[in-house]
Design a protein around this ligand. Structure first.
Ligand SMILES: NC(=O)c1ccc[n+]([C@@H]2O[C@H](COP(=O)([O-])OP(=O)(O)OC[C@H]3O[C@@H](n4cnc5c(N)ncnc54)[C@H](OP(=O)(O)O)[C@@H]3O)[C@@H](O)[C@H]2O)c1
Length: 312
């Protein structure tokens, strides 16, 4: 069977780059949207040129030019969007509504994967302000996709290792603490930690799979379901450095929101839901979902012990 042609939108981004790499590795004819707005951003251009060298095709298109998006979409079978959605970087999830319009008009897309790759927004109706904006916007995009009857898959990727593993889930740093580590509550709530390349691999596996059509693909490989204490223990064993543990109650953690800037408030809310409430693991995957490591047991996913070695 011929491999689907894949268009990655946001292909120079943090997760987008990995999606392009995984799509090329799986042998899909891979296209990347090249936006004229990148202008003089030499880093983005170099990333695009390198992907072109590896066989990707660049299609010019802009979110300010509906026709260009329609024409781009018409050239492929599958669209994966990795639009930015992290407040301390940039946050443009609702721009995807323009892409949904283009896909609807083009009418040829067999599968659309919007920019999700995090907590399942459908589980987050109760989420705290102001961080809930991420989930609310992802749900607005989902509604538009479903109303337009666009075949889709939503990927719930849980915690990216780069943001949650190397730093032992500490806020405002991406590196392991040297002396003290903040423990959220009892530190025993289970989260799910993922290597970003594995997220991309599972995502690409799902695009032609009838089992994931109009469903959510949850990335929950069993050995990566860990509590914060388990993660810290792995690091302590690897580094030979025992850290001082300082526990922070739910009340004290949330109190830090007062007077904090918007971006910090968003982060505190998300960390609260993950590490106090357990929102990544406190529900069973229902009929509208599938678990990635069960569907694709051939993927040798990265264990967090190995992920942490990068930080030694
Ligand atoms: N689970 C987790 O731990 C976690 C962590 C981080 C992110 N995420 C999720 O992953 C998804 C992608 O986030 P990311 O951090 O990978 O994104 P990012 O690197 O910040 O940005 C991705 C791409 O968005 C595009 N973009 C940004 N502003 C744009 C604009 N004004 N017009 C058109 N395109 C624009 C750019 O595409 P070009 O390449 O065309 O320039 C950019 O490369 C989001 O849904 C986010 O919520 C999850």
């Amino acid at each position: 069977m011929a491999k689907s042609r894949v268009l990655v939108v946001g292909g120079t981004g943090y997760i987008g780059r990995r999606l392009v790499k995984a799509s090329l590795a799986e042998g899909h004819p891979t296209y990347i949207l090249r936006r004229p707005e990148i202008g003089l951003d030499i880093d983005k251009l170099q990333i695009l040129m390198e992907f072109k060298r590896q066989g990707a095709r660049l299609i010019e298109g802009s979110f300010s030019d509906h026709r260009s998006l329609v024409e781009a979409v018409k050239q492929v079978d599958v669209v994966i969007c990795a639009m930015s959605g992290v407040h301390f970087r940039s946050h443009n999830l609702l721009l995807q509504l323009k892409l949904v319009d283009a896909i609807k008009e083009a009418g040829n897309i067999k599968r659309f994967l919007p920019s999700e790759f995090g907590l399942d927004p459908a589980q987050m109706e109760h989420a705290l302000e102001p961080g809930r904006v991420t989930f609310d916007e992802k749900m607005i995009v989902r509604k538009a996709i479903e109303e337009a009857k666009i075949p889709h898959t939503y990927v719930s990727a849980n915690c990216f290792g780069g943001y949650f593993v190397g730093n032992l889930s500490q806020m405002e740093t991406l590196l392991p603490p040297k002396h003290k580590v903040l423990i959220y509550g009892d530190g025993n709530v289970k989260a799910v930690f993922m290597d970003e390349d594995d997220i991309a691999t599972y995502t690409i596996k799902s695009i032609d799979d009838p089992r994931t059509l109009n469903k959510t693909l949850y990335l929950r490989p069993p050995e990566n379901i860990l509590s914060q204490r388990e993660l810290i223990e792995k690091w302590e064993k690897l580094s030979g450095n025992t850290l001082e543990k300082i526990t922070i109650s739910k009340e004290d953690f949330l109190a830090q929101m007062k007077g904090a800037d918007f971006v910090t408030q968003v982060g505190i809310g998300h960390f609260y839901h993950i590490f106090y409430e357990g929102c990544l693991t406190n529900f069973e995957i229902g009929e509208d979902g599938e678990e990635a490591s069960k569907l694709y047991p051939e993927v040798e996913y990265t264990r967090m012990h190995d992920y942490l070695k990068r930080y030694l």
